[in-house]
Design a protein around this ligand. Structure first.
Ligand code: PLP
Length: 376
């Protein structure tokens, strides 16, 4: 049996999403920029999706810009803030995804923007007093803090961070790639200027996402060409992808409470099963704290072994990861920032509504075998 526990890397497409996309792949294939019937049909679908997504997040349709995914949305947000918002100081965290950290690094060379990192404790909890200290300067500040970390699952208090940004007149960008579709976001309440999302993290298709840009903030185009997305993002829109993403988001919010409770129980079950089966197991960051971490992610630290646990589990048809899929196997900057003991094994389990407790019991048993605690 194949066991897939790497849902923070990507989630399987919900069959209902495929069903919604299929007519837009086969029959309604028009280009939304064309003025004829098929074009108008595609344009209608596009604008309906924009309205639906905006409604689900309590935003306005013109605040939603479709992109190729989370990475592009993060890039547009940060570049726009720095160029249009004339930012000279970016405040961020050591835990951000490379889509943020590498963008900042590249822009730093070009614009000489100063970057500061918010202090954190040994579990990765951000020190908001330090954020306030960093904000209390004469610079034009952008704060870029993710809602939840993709490797250890730590949740950040984006409500309080937004309040602080408002108090000090800073722009606030949050990467919500791991939380959109898993938590409610009310964008008329939260003080956020830019927010980013990616469909494949909530059972939608890959290669499509969106940027929310609060009214009044100007955006800088990264891709030059036609006038699509109000001139902000050139290129023929990915209509089947956008339709699929919208359906996936609708389904996520329709079943949010039920699915969240189910997945939270899965996580709890695995924590118990692993703790019982394995000695000397610890959890990275706030991973095992239900109030301070994503219910979809559990990052486990296990004693060093001679065998590569990820390869061993892969050979047993169990898909997990050591951290971020985007790191390409490089040592984790997140674990390094936490000061974690890198001689130990780290496994990131990440769950979806399609997992079962029986799968988790199998995983715990397989791991116990490695450590010689179950007869082979
Ligand atoms: N931000 C976070 C927190 C992520 O986990 C990811 C993907 O793993 C991304 C951004 C990039 O999203 P995409 O794969 O859609 O480019």
């Amino acid at each position: 049996m194949n066991i897939y526990l790497d849902n923070a890397a990507t989630t399987p497409l919900d069959p209902k999403v495929l069903e919604a996309m299929t007519p837009y792949l086969l029959n309604h294939f028009g280009n939304p920029s064309s003025k004829h019937g098929p074009g108008r049909e595609a344009k209608n679908a596009l604008e309906n999706c924009r309205k639906t997504i905006a409604n689900l997040l309590n935003a306005d349709p013109e605040e939603i810009i479709f992109t190729s995914g989370g990475t592009e949305a993060d890039n547009i947000a940060i570049v726009s803030a720095i160029t249009c918002g004339k930012i000279d100081h970016v405040i961020t965290t050591a835990f951000e995804h490379p889509a943020v950290l590498q963008t900042l690094k590249a822009l730093n060379k070009q614009y000489k923007t100063r970057v500061s990192f918010i202090r954190h404790d040994e579990n990765g909890n951000l020190d908001l007093k330090h954020l306030e200290y960093l904000l209390n300067t004469n610079t034009r500040n952008l704060v870029s803090v993710m809602h939840a970390n993709n490797e250890i699952g730590n949740l950040n208090d984006i409500e309080s961070i937004g309040e602080l940004c408002e108090k000090y007149g800073a722009l606030f960008h949050t990467d919500t790639v791991q939380t959109i579709g898993h938590y409610q976001h009310d964008l008329k309440q939260l003080k956020i200027h830019y927010l980013t999302a990616s469909a494949h993290k909530f059972h939608g298709p890959k290669g499509v996402g969106f940027l929310y840009c609060c009214k009044g903030q100007r955006l800088n185009r990264l891709i030059h060409g036609g006038g699509q997305e109000s001139g902000l993002r050139a290129g023929t829109e990915n209509i089947p992808g956008i339709v699929g993403m919208t359906k996936a988001l609708e389904l996520s919010y329709q079943h949010l409470e039920k699915d969240a409770t189910y997945i939270e129980n899965l996580k709890h079950h695995l924590i118990n099963a692993l703790t019982e089966a394995l000695p000397n197991i610890t959890f990275n960051g706030n991973s095992a704290n239900p109030d301070k971490s994503l219910y979809t992610v559990l990052s486990v630290s296990l004693p060093a072994t001679d065998i590569d646990l990820l390869q061993y589990l892969d050979a047993e048809d169990i898909a997990v990861s050591g951290g971020s899929a985007c790191s390409g196997g490089a040592p984790s900057h997140v674990l390094k920032a936490l000061g974690a003991d890198t001689s130990r094994n780290t496994i990131r389990f990440s769950f979806s509504k399609f997992n079962t407790t029986a799968e988790l019991d199998q995983v715990a048993e397989k791991l116990a075998r490695v450590y010689g605690l179950v007869a082979a």
